[in-house]
Write a protein that binds this ligand. Structure first.
Ligand code: ADP
Ligand code: MG
Length: 534
């Protein structure tokens, strides 16, 4: 089996003599499947942890993605092998359920497969291995619960939440700004959270990016962002307590259509027409003012003369706003979209605490911020930076947002840096002796597989992996202290509690459960039939 790269630089897996064997049976099938799964895990292993490496992936149309997120790496890789696809699914389900821990879950599954291979070689039946793994995963999950801690937070004390999000972000490319981004993520989640129901609707958090500026300029907007500007440069840039008319009808005098004909043969006639058009538009502006609108947002345009008039009558307007955005504005501000000008009434106006226009950098780019909307708690995270950075920041923020949401749902945490895994490994190992059957081998192997996470963390940080692991493990046993982990950042202490490296309990538990499930599934396959047979 080998890992190769195609002409686009995407890794793919070649399994030896694949073409000659359309059908694999028994032990052979299991071994082939295990090596495919291990190959995928090996790719992700180097990405784990704060010092993990990033991957550069190129899509068929030439787009380059640089990422550290396990789910994204696997998503972008074109894996052909069926078992490898299961690993991709594994990472994806961790992403759906928890959001973070997508690399760790695959690394753990890979280690479990590796251990299973050894057990198979010793002649232990795959079903017994599965049973042993199942028992061990229960032990580990229960043990996690026993070493977990609750922490209290409130809207005024968000520090614990920020710390946990920082742990998530510390392993990403964006870790330079982890403090700022973690704060943004926590504030965004709290803004949309229903704390009494312990629920967070992440859909209310929109993540937008704009190329330019730097990552430090990323901000949280309590409202929505529209990529448009005021139609006239001299219109006010800041409107407080705005009453917004949202129009999907033309905001201009009716134009003669092609099938109509107007004969203008004298100057007087032309001037009457012009005056009439002017009056017509003037009436429209007056109507808007009468109902109390202080800002008009139109789906359609209006010509320069109308624009000038609007400026003179002091009615700020935004033109050419897309349908989707218009709908969003309407929902957020509690306004109604007005399709016919005659129907404009005071009740249909949307309300926003502040509408402001902001310009960026040297370009003439301007954007409209609609903040403190009446109807919605929707917030927008606005990311700045270069294109690749924005994309990676979006993915990293997704992880951080999920972690904050998980903590609001369940405020139990375990310590990271491999400390929880080592503690579980010790507990599972100790429990193995209590099982008289063959399963105890599998349970011991499970404990050994758990060690792969701290080992990978140590390896990626340039530490000798076996030495570091054994040192930390013996320290945990000696001091009976489940907080000792791998000091990846060379802080000087390996007490993860002092380093403030937290992870959510449900995230860790989910990793163990999902990895065990997939490995059990792979072990159960003893016949691989490919279409070549038929
Ligand atoms: P995943 O996609 O699985 O979340 P990451 O690359 O984010 O993978 O790495 C997460 C691992 O890194 C976790 O085991 C976590 O405990 C560990 N980790 C994160 N920050 C630190 C840190 N500052 N010191 C030690 N370990 C850390
Ligand atoms: Mg992570």
């Amino acid at each position: 089996m080998a890992l190769a790269f195609d002409e686009y630089g995407r890794p793919f897996i070649i399994i030896k003599e694949q073409e000659q064997k359309a059908r694999l049976r028994g032990l052979e099938a299991q071994k082939a499947n295990i090596s495919a799964g291990k190959a995928v895990a090996r790719i992700l292993r180097t990405s784990l942890g704060p010092k993990g490496m990033d991957k550069m992936l190129q899509s068929p149309d030439g787009d380059v993605i640089i990422t550290n997120d396990g789910a994204t790496i696997l998503e972008q890789m074109d894996v052909d092998n069926q078992i490898a696809k299961l690993m991709v699914e594994l990472s994806r389900s961790q992403d759906y359920e928890i959001g973070d821990g997508t690399t760790g879950v695959v690394v753990l599954a890979g280690a479990l497969l590796e251990q299973a291979e050894k057990l198979l070689e010793r002649g232990i039946h795959p079903v017994r291995i599965s049973e042993g793994y199942e028992m061990a995963s229960k032990l580990a999950v229960d043990h996690l619960e026993s070493i977990s801690q609750k922490f209290e937070f409130s809207v005024t004390n968000i520090e614990p939440l920020v710390q946990t999000c920082m742990t998530t972000l510390s392993s990403k490319i964006v870790n330079r700004c982890k403090r700022a981004l973690a704060e943004i993520a926590v504030k965004a989640v709290l803004a949309v959270a229903a704390l009494e129901r312990k629920d967070v609707n992440l859909e209310l958090i929109k993540v937008e990016g704009k190329v330019g500026g730097k990552l430090e300029d990323t901000e949280l907007i309590y409202g929505i962002l529209v990529d448009k500007d005021m139609s006239h440069p001299q219109m006010p840039k800041r409107i407080e307590d705005a009453n917004i008319a949202i129009l999907t009808c033309p905001f201009e005098p009716p134009k003669p259509k092609t099938k109509h004909k107007i004969d203008i043969d004298t100057v007087e006639k032309f001037q009457t027409l012009r005056q009439q058009e002017l009056n017509y538009f003037d009436d429209m502006v007056q109507k808007c003012k009468d109902v109390g609108a202080t800002l008009v947002i139109c789906q359609w345009g209006f010509d320069d003369e109308a624009n000038h008039l609007l400026m003179h009558r002091n009615l700020p307007a935004v033109r050419w706003v897309g349908g989707v955005e218009l709908e969003l504005i309407a929902i957020a501000t509690g306004g109604r979209i007005v399709p016919r000008f005659q129907e404009l009434t005071t009740e249909k106006l949307g309300k926003a605490g502040l509408v402001r226009e902001k310009s960026f950098g040297t370009t003439k780019d301007r954007m409209l911020y609609i903040e403190h909307c009446a109807n919605s708690r929707a917030v927008t995270i606005f990311i700045r930076g270069n294109k690749m950075m924005i994309e990676e920041t979006k993915r990293s923020l997704h992880d951080a947002l999920c972690v904050a949401r998980n903590l609001i749902r369940n405020n139990s945490i375990v310590y990271g840096g491999g400390s929880a895994e080592i503690s579980c490994a010790i507990a599972v190992e100790a429990a193995a002796d209590r099982y008289p059957g063959v399963e105890q081998y599998a349970i011991r192997s499970f404990a050994e597989a758990l060690d792969s996470i701290p080992m990978a963390l140590a390896e990626n940080s340039g530490l000798p992996r076996i030495d570091t692991l054994t040192a930390v493990k013996s320290q945990q046993i000696k001091e009976n202290n489940p907080y000792c982990g791998i000091d990846c950042n060379d802080v000087g202490t390996n007490n993860m509690r002092e380093q403030n490296v937290f992870e959510t309990l449900i995230g860790k538990q989910q990793q163990i459960l999902l990895a065990t499930q997939v490995v059990k599934m792979i072990l159960k396959i003893d016949d691989v039939i490919t279409p070549a047979e038929y």
